[in-house]
Design a binder for this molecule. Structure first.
Ligand SMILES: [Zn+2]
Length: 492
């Protein structure tokens, strides 16, 4: 038994020696050349790789800390201003949703190559404030988005207003006023709460069209001197590029103002928007600006999700484990979130003053409401892949701050596979671990599961990323991005 060990030893030693010599050569090269460290190398060196060291059942094998991190964190601290900011939002995404996705996609001891590699992490609180001033421990996406987009807590359902109805400027409005390029990307309808918080100010998030506004927000219609419906506000207060779903709302008709009697699609064209409806048309766009804005709507409602699977049921965790499938409703020509992200980045990056880009994987939340674990995991995969696109961009543009977070926590939980849960459950066969993961949805007895109120994970890399650390409130995101981009408070 001694012989094989003796044979292996010299090989390992040679390998080690080669690595040492190469490292020494690289160190001496960089020391002599006085070349600045390339942005690519510097970002690469500050990404963490929290992969288990070995077999998880061996001593130390499950450890994720595979090198001394002090140097990585020191190298990651950069208090310079950022030229660009990319904010990634997983709607309804906290530790629970991330762990469920990680277990299924890469195994319990693996790591997600976008979500998990950022050096600075922390948590933020997400409570909202009711109109009467009371704390509401469970926010919706409108109050939540208003908080990170404007720095001011709102009440559930409100967009860009405080509880007294006062309008607060959003990060997108501030970025535009300071001459930056802007993008707003989602897998949901572009009128949905997260993207709408950046361009709309309205008391009820469902006021998408003039008719709906007359019904639910009557004092805010154009004819009553208000800012108008969410889609009308989008046409007046848009990003350079806005991508997602929600085509059906452009068929609505304006009931007052300059475009009275015209559909919102006709109004968009009259205002100079280029409207695109599939991936090929999007790829053909070669420039965007406030004068040449683009709206891409790739579905009548929300974009189809990429994965499907059996719905959770009462006692479903005790039935045979199932696997997730590709969703046949994800039709050709529908862009993936990573494709929309890549296109937005390629268009916005040519702007000399930099940009602010928001990218949301919105249906992690919607599949959570539907108690559909596979749908939820697929959309978390989309978020992770979009973040990887952002990280590739930041390797070439070191002056880019990337922040990754969720807007509120949600229902899904990992529970014991034999648990007698009162909720809806499903047992998933995990492809990497070849084990069983039971996912539980137990916040509602009706058709739609409810949000929950725990703090939500935050992560960041790039200039000013060290602020994304420890315990924050989601309103801090507004101030961190405003100050990172050095935006002045200019009302336009
Ligand atoms: Zn929701």
């Amino acid at each position: 038994m001694q012989t094989p060990a003796k044979k292996i030893l010299p090989i390992m030693t040679t390998k080690k020696l080669t690595t040492m010599i190469m490292t020494a050569m690289l160190v001496s090269l960089s020391a002599c050349s006085h070349q600045p460290v390339s942005t690519s190398a510097s970002l690469q060196s500050t990404l963490i790789t929290p992969q288990a060291k070995g077999q998880p059942d061996a001593f130390g094998g499950a450890r994720r800390l595979n090198q001394e991190h002090s140097a990585i964190l020191k190298a990651s601290i950069d208090d310079a201003h950022a030229k660009n900011v990319i904010l990634f939002i997983g709607d309804g995404t906290s530790d629970s949703e991330i762990t469920i996705a990680r277990n299924y996609l890469v195994g319990a001891s693996g790591y997600l190559k976008g979500i998990d590699v950022l050096p600075f992490t922390g948590s933020y609180t997400t409570y909202s404030i009711d109109r009467d001033g009371k704390v509401n421990y469970v926010t919706d996406s409108a109050a939540s988005a208003s908080a990170w987009a404007t720095g001011t807590k709102a009440y559930n359902g409100a967009l860009g207003l405080d509880r007294h109805g006062k309008v607060h400027q959003s990060l997108l409005e501030l970025a535009k006023a300071n001459g930056l390029a802007t993008g707003n990307v989602t897998t949901t309808e572009i009128q949905d709460a997260t993207p709408a918080s950046l361009y709309a100010h309205i008391s009820a998030r469902k006021c998408y069209t003039p008719a709906k506004t007359a019904e639910l927000c009557p004092t805010e219609t154009v004819q009553n001197g208000g800012l108008g419906s969410i889609t009308e506000q989008l046409l007046k207060n848009h990003a350079d590029i806005t991508l997602g779903g929600g085509a059906q709302y452009f068929a609505a008709t304006a009931t007052a103002g300059q475009y009275q009697g015209q559909t919102l699609l006709q109004q968009a064209k009259a205002r100079g928007f280029r409207m695109v409806n599939n991936l090929n048309q999007l790829q053909a766009i070669d420039a965007v600006s406030q004068q040449q804005p683009v709206i891409g709507v790739f579905a009548q409602g929300n974009l189809p999700v990429i994965w499907s699977g059996p719905k959770s049921t009462l006692g479903g965790n005790q039935k045979p484990a199932v696997s997730c499938q590709e969703n046949p409703e994800f039709v050709a020509g529908t862009p993936l979130l990573k494709e929309m992200t890549a296109k937005a980045l390629s268009l916005l990056s040519s702007h000399p003053k930099g940009f602010f880009l928001q990218v949301e994987s919105g249906s992690i939340d919607k599949q959570n409401h539907k108690a559909n674990a596979c749908g939820q995991i697929g959309e978390t995969k989309q978020l992770d892949e979009a973040i990887q696109v952002g990280l590739e961009f930041a390797k070439q543009h070191g002056d880019t701050l990337i922040i990754v977070t969720g807007d509120h926590a949600h229902t899904s939980q990992i529970i014991p596979i034999k648990a007698n849960s009162p909720g809806l459950t499903v047992a998933l066969k995990t492809p990497i671990d070849q084990s069983v993961m039971a996912v539980n949805y137990a916040t509602e007895t009706g058709d739609s599961q409810a949000h929950t109120g725990v703090q939500v994970r935050t992560a960041a890399i790039g200039p000013r990323a060290a602020n994304i650390n420890g315990l924050l409130d989601q309103t801090d995101i507004f101030f961190i991005i405003r100050d990172a981009l050095n935006l002045e408070s200019i009302q336009k």
